[in-house]
Design a protein around this ligand. Structure first.
Ligand SMILES: [Zn+2]
Length: 351
């Protein structure tokens, strides 16, 4: 195990790994940034590239690349070892042969398989040929549909449960993914997502943790327009941000994030070249979400519909951002302009 750790450390640069979470700038022989572990306005978080360690002079947290990821992702050492080994291209002998029975890992694997299943259904045009057409009409290119891994959950009560049962998962494991609903009489389950367009929601590493599912065109519009994954071991809606894994490096580069209202807006923005865009899914903006964004930038531009609901949401979110010491701008859409026009004029006077 020790050999593995040393091997991984020698292949990775802590500056790159920390840089996935914190906007770092070079300061002499060190790198510095705003500490992701405590709330601060001026950077006291340092990364020493030569020694491959980090230290915060504000909250005194410090350590190597392993302790950093452990702390920021709230993971066990073994999980971090696995992730960093993959990044470093190091094979962990001890963990081969499917011995890892970790709950979270099983759930993530099942969700990855489910996502592939939904993607296949969409691209094969299963059940409904009009879905691709609908997405194209909404302006989405095939490339965007692929990048954001959109899929289709066909109509039926047991498509996904059968699919995952065939791949070695038992019902209680599948239930933990949030893909099933327990029947009211208590015996058995049925698929939560039926005849819906699936928008996978990922964690910051890009693992699918849940879905936002839109009723398919021509589907039963009397049902909720969007159904989301409920809280699970891996999905916490107050902590998830749609599009963040795709947007994060661009957020750092541009040093601001564009917050929009819906999944479709994120995809449309990215397609228009505004990749630093995320959305909250089925909640108002939360303090946890702002804390996550603060790892990448202190500047949030919010694009909201200026109807009364949009205004109220914008007001609430702005207050929360100010509490968290984040710079915030409300961007409104004038008639005939789209997000691309708006964003070209966004500037932040950084404090
Ligand atoms: Zn700190």
């Amino acid at each position: 195990m020790n050999n593995n750790v040393e091997e991984i450390k020698s292949r990775l640069n802590i500056v790159d790994i920390v840089g996935e979470y914190v906007r770092l700038t070079k300061a002499g022989s060190h790198w510095k940034g705003l500490c992701p572990f405590h709330n601060e306005k001026s950077p006291s978080f340092m990364v020493n590239e030569e020694k491959q360690i980090f230290h915060c002079f504000g909250c005194a947290k410090g350590g190597d690349v392993f302790s950093f990821v452990q702390e920021i992702e709230s993971m066990e050492f073994r999980e971090v070892l696995k992730i960093l080994a993959e990044k470093a291209g190091v094979q962990l002998e001890e963990y081969k042969g499917g011995q890892v029975t970790d709950n979270k890992k099983r759930i993530l694997e099942a969700l990855e398989l489910a996502t592939k299943f939904y993607e296949t259904q969409l691209w094969k045009g299963v059940g409904k040929e009009g879905i691709m057409q609908y997405l194209h009409t909404r302006g989405l290119s095939d490339e965007s549909i692929q990048n954001f891994r959109l899929g289709y959950a066909p109509n039926g009560w047991d498509n996904i449960s059968k699919f995952l049962l065939d791949r070695g998962y038992n019902l209680s494991e599948i239930e933990k993914t949030g893909l099933l609903v327990k029947k009211e009489n208590g015996s058995g389950y049925y698929d939560r997502f039926r005849d819906r367009i699936m928008f996978p929601i990922t964690d910051v590493m890009g693992n699918v943790i849940g879905y936002s599912a839109r009723v398919a065109p021509g589907g039963d519009e009397s049902q909720a327009k969007y159904v989301n994954t409920p809280e699970t071991l891996v999905y916490h809606k107050g902590k998830a941000l749609y599009g963040l894994s795709y947007a994060k490096s661009e957020i750092k580069k541009k040093n601001y994030v564009l917050l929009v209202e819906g999944n479709m807006d994120v995809i449309a923005s990215a397609q228009a070249g505004i990749i630093n865009t995320v959305a909250v899914s089925g909640t108002a903006l939360t303090g946890d979400q702002i804390t996550m964004l603060k790892r990448y930038t202190e500047n949030i531009a919010m694009l909201f519909d200026m109807d009364s609901a949009g205004q109220l949401a914008a007001k609430k979110s702005t207050d929360l951002c100010l509490q968290k010491s984040v710079n915030v701008k409300i961007v409104t859409l004038e008639d005939g302009k789209d997000a691309a026009d708006v964003v070209s004029s966004v500037t932040f006077e950084c404090s």
